[in-house]
Write a protein that binds this ligand. Structure first.
Ligand code: ADP
Length: 266
């Protein structure tokens, strides 16, 4: 497979999809899926038509984050084609590679298998009209990213990192993967997650557990926008596990933080 294959033209694969946004991180565990889920929910709350593809083949977490672990999407004949019908939750159309693999089995994909599965979830699914199609990509840089870049005309990538040096070093690699001249995907910006912690009993205090403003500096260094800083909040973690993303409730500080983030992305 040529690493130099050209990017497809906008609208070729999914002509009814206006914007495709890849959410990426260098490292795992920095909150990439949490950001992708909440960004999707926040965009839907802003009134946009949103689709979300969980392409994280190593650890698909959207079924749990949207509380649809038992969903088994089926195919339907539409205009003479068998198309997979995305699950709908919180006004979002959702497909996850996790719907098609046993969650307790390690996902050991043979070369090409995962790529083909993803191509089907993109091209053979009834996504319909979307303003934003969000892709939760695997951590790091991989052939899966290349597949996504070659399959869809990605509008831009959002990179998630904690302020920690090891995470930032990997985020830099992630940015370079998208901006190199073979791939050439614009970076919409960086999101700093787990920026600080504020204990309930000390509401004025911010503890910078992973370092201070590291992603802000990286954004300046690499000349990309900083789209938002999300603190460490217990409810973000709990909501993730409960299947009710924090962005659903804009009366909370975290809900508002994700809405602001979505406003910065549009
Ligand atoms: P990734 O997709 O990068 O592997 P996840 O989104 O799965 O990361 O997040 C890793 C863990 O951290 C999850 O348990 C998630 O609920 C939690 N988490 C993510 N962001 C935050 C945050 N801002 N505050 C608290 N917990 C968070």
């Amino acid at each position: 497979e040529s690493r130099q294959a050209a990017r497809p033209e906008p609208g070729k694969m999914l002509p009814l999809v206006k914007n495709v946004i890849a959410v990426s991180s260098g490292k795992g565990g920095v909150g990439k899926s949490t950001v992708a889920a909440n960004l999707a929910v926040a965009l839907a709350k802003l009134g946009y038509k949103v689709g979300l593809l969980d392409a994280d083949i190593f650890g698909p977490s959207m079924p749990k984050m949207f509380q649809v672990e038992d969903a088994r999407p089926y195919a339907e004949q539409i205009d003479g084609r068998d198309l997979i019908i995305p699950i709908e939750k919180y006004g979002i159309k959702l497909l996850s590679i996790g719907f098609f693999v046993d969650p307790d089995q390690a996902t050991l994909w043979r070369g090409g298998m995962a790529s083909n599965a993803l191509k089907q979830l993109i091209g053979d699914a009834n996504w319909g009209e979307l303003d934003y199609f969000i892709l939760d990509t695997p951590p790091g840089t991989s052939d899966i990213h290349l597949t996504l870049v070659q399959t869809l005309a990605i509008t831009g990538a959002v990179i998630v990192s904690t302020p920690q040096q090891v995470a930032l070093a990997d985020a830099r690699k992630g940015i370079n993967m998208y901006t190199n001249d073979k791939v050439n995907v614009p970076i919409l910006g960086l999101i700093e997650n787990m920026s600080w912690f504020t204990p309930a009993e000390l509401p004025e205090n911010k503890y910078y557990l992973f370092g201070r403003e590291g992603a802000k500096q990286l954004a300046e260094d690499m000349n990309v926008p900083l789209l938002g800083q999300i603190p460490i909040v217990q409810s973000i973690c709990e909501n993730g596990d409960k299947g009710t993303p924090a962005a659903l409730d804009e009366t909370t500080i975290t809900g508002r933080a994700f809405l602001e983030l979505a406003e910065n992305v549009v």
